[in-house]
Design a protein around this ligand. Structure first.
Ligand SMILES: C[S@@+](CC[C@H](N)C(=O)[O-])C[C@H]1O[C@@H](n2cnc3c(N)ncnc32)[C@H](O)[C@@H]1O
Length: 245
């Protein structure tokens, strides 16, 4: 199934991965192991989906800037979030765990969507209930949003690839290689604002945030990252000032 989705050749693994790649003239291998699935690339880099930094993010609870950006203190809890750029599902796992929300995670790269499905299923069997609240959809986020009714999720969350700084870690280079790069485009932003009942939240490197350029309504600043917010509707109700006499 993974091979068909990725349009890749299926090979049983009798030799080492390096030997197999040389033999096939390939640079990347998606490995379906007995317990773990991973993507293997140049320099022995590998990508796998797991709970990652969840424990430290959990410690920050509701004051973590990502959580505050999605649901400011005092607002009623979220029930449904659409993560338009799921990637390795680190933010989705964090939000599903800390907020208890259901998440639709959209990922355009078939290899990354497959890794996310496998990794989340494995984390669920290991007792991470949040993993069971994340549904992976492989596809282009603008198309997925266009098929949804207006105001059908509380928040659309966006963490675009192009906004990430270049780093030298081999895993990051591999992610960059298989991930979708094209800017999300005007249609995506229109659809995101239509589908998000409360807000669209955009993750950016802290030093890249220029609120004027993005026309955010609000920005929550974290240590390395910042979260730009486009409010789409309910905030004015949730935070309505007391009526003047
Ligand atoms: C920076 S990563 C997201 C990382 C993610 N927030 C995490 O915590 O692991 C961006 C991801 O968005 C995906 N992507 C890019 N364009 C997309 C699109 N049009 N629709 C869905 N996913 C897209 C990329 O393939 C990449 O995996």
């Amino acid at each position: 199934m993974v091979a068909a989705r990725c349009g890749a050749e299926l090979a049983s693994r009798e030799a080492s991965l390096d030997a197999l790649l040389v033999e096939r003239g390939a640079e990347l291998a998606y490995v379906v192991g007995r317990e773990v699935e991973w993507l293997y690339g140049p320099g022995r880099a590998r990508l796998v989906v797991h709970r990652g930094m969840l424990d430290s993010r959990r410690d920050a609870g509701a004051i973590h800037p990502l959580v505050r950006a999605l649901v400011p203190a005092g607002e009623r809890p979220l029930t449904r979030v659409l993560d338009a750029t799921l990637g390795l599902a680190q933010d989705a796992i964090h939000l599903a765990d800390v907020l208890g929300v259901r998440i639709v995670g959209v990922e355009v790269s078939p290899a990354l969507a497959s890794l996310a499905e496998a990794g989340l299923a494995r984390e669920l069997t290991r007792g991470l209930e949040a993993a069971g609240r994340i549904e992976v959809v492989c596809g282009d986020a603008a198309e997925v949003l266009a098929a949804l009714p207006g105001a059908s999720v509380d928040v659309v969350y966006v963490d675009e690839m192009f906004a990430r700084p270049r780093r030298s870690a081999p895993g990051f280079a591999l992610l960059r290689r298989v991930a979708g790069h094209a800017p999300l485009g005007a249609r995506f932003w229109e659809e995101a604002k239509r589908v998000a009942a409360r807000r669209v939240v955009v993750k950016l490197p802290r030093d890249a945030v220029d609120p004027a350029a993005f026309a955010f309504d609000e920005v929550v600043i974290g240590q390395a990252m910042a979260y730009g917010i486009h409010h789409t509707g309910e905030r004015s109700l949730a935070f309505a000032p007391a009526a003047k006499a």
